[in-house]
Ligand binder design. Sequence first.
Ligand SMILES: Nc1nc2c(ncn2[C@@H]2O[C@H](COP(=O)(O)OP(=O)(O)O)[C@@H](O)[C@H]2O)c(=O)[nH]1
Ligand SMILES: [Mg+2]
Length: 303
Amino acid sequence: MARNPKDVILIAVLGVTGAGKTTFISKATGRTDLKIGHGLSSCTQDISVAHLEMQGKKIALIDTPGFDDTNKTDAEVLGLIATYMADTYAQDMLLSGIILLQPINTNRVQGSERKRTRLFEKVCGPGAFSKVIIATTMWSDLQSQSTGSQRVEERQNSKDFWGNMVNHGAKIVKHDNNPQSARKIINMVVSNAGKVVLQMQRELAQSDGQVSSTSAGRQLDSDLSETSSKLLAELQALQKESTGNMVSLREEIQELKEKLQHTENEKRTLKRSRASLEGPAAWISALAGVTSLAMVPLACVIL
Ligand SMILES: Nc1nc2c(ncn2[C@@H]2O[C@H](COP(=O)(O)OP(=O)(O)O)[C@@H](O)[C@H]2O)c(=O)[nH]1
Ligand SMILES: [Mg+2]
């Protein structure tokens, strides 16, 4: 493996929890020791790196925790992503591409997928869209392939989903969940020469690592505020309704209060989140393939 981290082609693999990121990396590298999620809970707790070589080139695939995680809030996930971005940018180690994995077996959950896509767009910025590959997964779970094709077309033609990215050069590709398919997708990144600075990397450098000052941070904050307002309105309506001691209403009110509290806590987490440069040595040597350790936990300092 290369000793100079700058010789390595870095590719970030992103997507919601359960999109198939770790499976994709495992198929591409032939590694069988990576933790793949088989239940409802997520497995990629932190960011990990797996290496492979293609046509004599050293490639590092960066596995990231996904939004919509079972154990982490989106604010925490964004903080982790910010940390590796700030670290690598500070070391002048730029990405060669971003692979966004997108399951196609479920119809889009109204709002949720749109929000995650928008957040992803804010992380990358329009200048990086030409280095994005949207790889659709879970085709074998579909009863008919035409349903999948129709879903792809819908998303591709909608500005709320992939339309904007595609108009700026993002590519859409079907991933067949086998090693050949994974390597073909990686090869698309490798042959699209050149490195890219993501919008969030530039913004973090300008804001001293303050996640909430970045476009993605501001987007998440506004999404959380919207959720908060909706919950509050629901809560107030229920409280008006509950004159008596109806148990079911009391329980519903309590549930709403807890959700509201969680959302407010997440907003606070986001506000305090700062990408740290803690431990860059371990991180950089892992990218270079010097350390045998695949998993390099990164800290996102919550002050
Ligand atoms: N049918 C199908 N299942 C997949 C595919 N990729 C991953 N899976 C399954 O989806 C689940 C979640 O995969 P995982 O790689 O842990 O997702 P991650 O959270 O994005 O890392 C596992 O049960 C995988 O076996 C795919 O392309 N097709
Ligand atoms: Mg994973």
